[in-house]
Design a protein around this ligand. Structure first.
Ligand code: FAQ
Length: 308
């Protein structure tokens, strides 16, 4: 395959597969985004895992354990997708641990109360679904196929967050207050998940041309806000934005964009939990070294058996 064959496939909205020829920039951009995505999944286990031992019922605990396990599974699919492009998983993890590759900023905020567990899932999983449903149509086949399954699981995560908050919304005044406070804390980090505005986005133009991304950051953020408004009404919760209102001319809600200076500060390592999150991840990686070694020895034994 050649550059013209690659361009023809992209123009015809066909999938690029791992054995196909692809421009270096396309491969690098995919590895960058997929690594960031995989890192976000495994780092995203932390804010909720902290609440597994404090879940208020057996049912809530079982759901939360399932959700956190799903995030680990999503990370594994995505690292495997990056490997189809020639990346080595250990290099990607080193880059995460050394701060050379990113993960989404919302993970660096704390889950202060049980209501935060619900708000985190309702808002950030809701944002993740909007983003990832669009990415299912990405031009790179293995990434899009992995995302189909991931999206089904993320939808369950989103629904369980909404259900948790719905229970609080029918609870005591203190529970309703904690629901509102948690939504106040998570609204901005969820909006920032879609990245900088298109006008300040470094990669959007090339990623859209290559159909790695199928919608711009602003379009997806708007879609998310429009979906959240009726859900917030159903919960009886106020979204913390005085500028939020329906604009009949645009057919969308007007809203205040997230604070990008804050996004950049948190991405640069200065959020409330960056240090703890990375330290915890490095420790988990070191403590898991024996599992990786055992798996490598087992794989070598199997390969030797097959060769014999
Ligand atoms: N945080 O030029 P753009 C989940 C970076 S988690 C940190 O617009 P692009 C599990 C960006 O990487 C959700 N960094 O970049 C869960 C780039 O940096 P670079 C999983 C951010 O790639 C849920 C630079 O800024 N989903 O589901 C952020 O075209 C709930 C310039 O930005 C994904 O990870 C940010 N918010 O568009 C667990 C989404 N925004 O690489 C627990 C996959 C931007 O130049 C609870 N990724 N940056 O150093 C994407 O869709 C895209 O990469 C975007 C950014 C939309 C994030």
């Amino acid at each position: 395959m050649s550059i013209s064959a690659f361009d023809a496939l992209i123009a015809a909205d066909q999938k690029i597969e791992n054995k196909d020829w692809m421009p270096d920039g396309y491969r690098e951009s995919l590895i960058r985004q997929i690594a960031q995505h995989a890192h976000s999944e495994i780092m995203g286990m932390q804010p909720e895992a902290a609440w597994i031992s404090r879940a208020p019922s057996l049912a809530r605990k079982a759901v939360l354990i399932a959700k956190v396990q799903d995030e680990a599974g999503h990370g594994l699919y995505l690292y495997a997708v990056a490997e189809t492009l020639g990346a080595r998983r250990e290099d990607l993890l080193d880059a995460l641990h050394e701060g050379r590759q990113k993960y989404l900023s919302f993970i660096n905020y704390p889950t202060l109360t049980w209501a935060d567990v619900g708000a985190l899932a309702w808002l950030t999983d809701g944002a993740a679904v909007v983003n990832q449903v669009s990415l299912c149509r990405t031009s790179y086949g293995p990434y899009g196929r992995a995302l189909v399954r991931i999206c089904r699981e993320e939808s369950f995560h989103h629904r369980q967050g909404f259900d948790l908050l719905h229970t609080l919304s029918r609870g005591t005044p203190a529970q309703r207050r904690s629901l509102q406070e948690a939504v106040d804390r998570w609204w901005q980090p969820a909006l920032a998940m879609f990245g900088p505005p298109d006008s300040r986005s470094t990669h959007s133009a090339s990623s859209m041309a290559w159909r790695i991304k199928r919608a711009g950051n602003d379009e997806l953020r708007q879609r998310f806000v429009d979906l959240c408004v009726p859900q917030a009404e159903a919960l009886g919760v106020r979204l913390p934005d005085p500028a939020l209102r329906w604009n009949p001319e645009r057919g969308h809600h007007d809203f205040t964009p997230p604070d990008y200076d804050e996004l950049m500060r948190v991405v640069a390592g200065h959020g409330p939990r960056n240090r703890q999150r990375l330290a915890h991840r490095r420790r988990a990686h070191e403590e898991g070294a024996w599992v990786r070694e055992a798996a490598a020895v087992h794989a070598a034994k199997q390969a030797a058996k097959q060769a014999a």
